[in-house]
Design a binder for this molecule. Structure first.
Ligand code: ADP
Ligand code: MG
Length: 339
């Protein structure tokens, strides 16, 4: 007969960690979301070897009290959820209290944090989730987390990691999305010592586009703005003559969240009608805002699919906004309209 044992904590923690931390980009996503929840206005990400060597994230958020540093790394430890009623009205990106526990279980991690108004901060090192002692250190307000040797203790996962370049690309894409959905925050990304993304954080979408997608792309855009049926559409689309060879630069955000949507892609492209040459595609950064009850966002954080209650209304809002704005701007020929 097989013997049934309850798994020891370190083993069940490792299994749980594997579900939260799939690859370096998942570490970056969780840590940046924590920084946003902490009220940070500047968030700097520094990675080496696609995040497999090191991921360091520095924010200027509220910080963590020295006595609470070890608690933050326990499973199901969170400051964002207190009662079952809170579950119905979550206003933060995190609430499960699983990310830090999972990340530290599969890496060597150092955190340094200092709360607002305090002159001293504290740092803590954890290896494979095992904490050492908390040390008092001088530090600026905010939190820095440095993750090294990801998956060093889970060889099976390590074996399945893709090339560093694929991981670097995934992290760059993630940082672009975060920058475009939070123009009010200043993001920086350094890859192997080279700064590749920096946004102003001045609240303007066009500044975020410049910083995240580059001046060359930003200069091909014209602003669009419109609404219909309670659905508002605002952002930037490429001038018809600046069509691109692929759909790789189409970014749609629904209520602030990046989505992939064939419906919106076709509404956008219809808006150009015959103005684009065959085989050329528009680029865009469009924010669509609609009442939450009209959109079913799949709540799994990694999923980017949505379902709309009124598909035709969404299509029309995007289509007519693009059509009207391109007509008004005279398409490509008025550089004054570009950003
Ligand atoms: P969750 O975000 O779901 O609460 P995490 O494991 O990601 O769970 O984080 C645990 C707790 O640690 C958070 O609830 C928060 O109190 C604290 N924390 C994590 N990162 C930061 C940060 N960058 N700044 C301030 N507090 C943080
Ligand atoms: Mg979190």
């Amino acid at each position: 007969m097989p013997i049934i044992n309850q798994l020891p904590a370190h083993l069940s923690d490792l299994i749980a960690a594997g579900e939260v931390v799939e690859r370096p980009a998942s570490v970056v996503k969780e840590l940046v979301e924590n920084a946003i929840d902490a009220g940070a206005t500047t968030i700097a990400v520094d990675i080496s070897r696609g995040g497999m060597g090191r991921i360091r994230i520095t924010d200027n958020g509220c910080g963590i009290a020295p006595t609470e540093l070890p608690t933050a790394f326990l499973r199901h430890a969170t400051s964002k959820l207190h009662t079952a009623e809170d579950l119905g009205a979550i206003a933060t990106l995190g609430f499960r209290g699983e990310a830090l526990a999972a990340i530290c279980a599969v890496s060597r991690l150092e955190i340094t944090s200092c709360q607002k108004g305090e002159s001293q901060g504290a740092s803590l090192f954890l290896e494979g989730g095992v904490p050492q002692t908390v040390e008092t250190v001088g530090a600026p307000q905010g939190t820095t987390i440095c993750v090294e040797d990801l998956f060093y203790n889970t060889p099976a996962r390590l074996k399945f990691m893709r090339k560093d370049s694929a991981e670097t690309a995934a992290i760059s894409g993630l940082m672009q999305q975060l920058s475009l959905s939070h123009p009010d925050l200043s993001f920086r990304l350094k890859k192997d010592g080279q700064e590749t993304l920096q946004t102003a954080g001045d609240g303007k979408l066009q500044s975020a586009i410049y910083g995240a997608l580059g001046a060359d792309f930003a200069k091909t855009l014209v602003p669009v703005k419109g609404s219909g049926d309670g659905i508002s559409v605002e952002g930037f689309v490429t001038q018809p003559l600046k069509g691109r060879g692929s759909r790789g630069m189409q970014f749609f955000f629904v209520n602030g969240r990046l989505v992939k949507s064939a419906l919106m892609t076709s509404a956008l492209e219809e808006g150009y009608r015959a103005q684009l040459m065959k085989g050329r595609f528009p680029g865009c950064v469009l924010h669509i805002t609609l009442p939450v009850e009209l959109v079913d966002v799949n709540v799994h954080p990694a999923k980017t699919q949505v379902k709309f209650a009124k598909e035709k209304a969404v299509f029309d809002a995007v289509f007519y906004t693009v059509l009207d704005c391109l007509a008004k701007s005279g398409g490509a020929v008025k550089p004054a309209q570009t950003i």
